[in-house]
Design a binder for this molecule. Sequence first.
Ligand SMILES: *Cc1c(COP(=O)(O)O)cnc(C)c1O
Length: 423
Amino acid sequence: MMSKGITTTLLHADRSGNIEHGAVHKPMHTAVAYRYGDVNDLVAVFQGTQSGYSYSRQGTPTTAALEHKITLLERGRGTVSFGSGMAAQAALFSTLLRAGDHLVSSQFIFGNTNSLLGTLQDLGVQVTMVDATDAANIAAAVQENTRMVFVETIANPGTQVADLAGIGRLCRERGLLYVVDNTVSTPYLFNPADVGAGLVMNSLSKYICGHGNALGGALTDVGGFDWSDYPNIAEVYRKGDPANWGLMQLRKKGLRDMGGSLASETAHRIAVGAETLALRMERACHNALTVAQFLEGHPSVARVHYPGVASHPQHARATELFGVRDASGGHAARYGALMSVELQPGLDCLAFLNALEIVILSTHLGDSRTLALPAAHTIYYEMGPQKRAQMGIADSLVRLSVGIEDTDDLLTDLAQGLARLTR
Ligand SMILES: *Cc1c(COP(=O)(O)O)cnc(C)c1O
């Protein structure tokens, strides 16, 4: 079905299965348990020889319909959904890594992911964090016990763009599992499958749901990794096609044992939000580029970190990797809707934020509303100044998640906020 455009695909995806009573989208299935007329079928579902539902902690027809859509969006083999992006990541690291294994991660990652990697180290996994904008840094960090490489496409909040293609080649050569967090770019702008990723993680709470009214996360197997040699797949899941082993272990160990499951009501809400992903991303990316250009030209602004401006160190890479393909095979670059901004020395970023009227002072990103917060004072506060410096987070850094408001209203608000600052 993916030969169609992304929006057509999403709007009509549910019809490819059998929808009860001809409903035009998948209903919410809230039953916790599923009954079988013949106990042999129940046994077969438990033993994995027959597909079906047993207990909703491992999924429902409604979460399966959402998973199918994410699989189509990422052009993958299959998807497992979770109750949040962090639940997906916790399941990813804790079910596919073991004590004594080594993980190489980008040092430019979301603050909560950084915190999770600390927990992982407490549990005996070695973690090395490097500047992933150059695959050579990843290559230099790889050890004999390295099992996984983890990067964000466009890093939150600094917007560094990882050397996604170079790392893909490296992981293929070394037989490493390549995991890409696609949250900030979204599958609308980029498919990690194109650079040889094995697994893709998406926080569904952000652009995919898009309205700031649901938490969810997903892991999609996009086919770049051969699970047959992966030592951490439990013996019981080493049967059938190795292509399914990774997701099988994530569903069984990650959902069944850890229980960070997505509820059907939430899956439905995310699926409805996702229907307008393309429309919202088009508008948000346009707004963000306009805002970035405005801020970069403003005398009170020292730096704008946004892949869409020529001053961004990975502007050329972003132009090549991120965008939309038109029917004739052309490619129009899009740079996402997340940016961060540093004011001129002496200007108080907190005073700037307090002066804003339309922009909402809030954490979160990927909402249809524009949100802003001081990064070092909030999400990155706990880690201290040294770690912040390593992650490129200046004390005055303001993270801006640009929404879909009317462009001029955003420009007017930012301009009046900056105008009220005095040195
Ligand atoms: C928000 C976010 C997450 C975590 O997702 P939640 O759904 O909030 O748990 C992970 N990675 C990135 C890049 C994010 O922005």
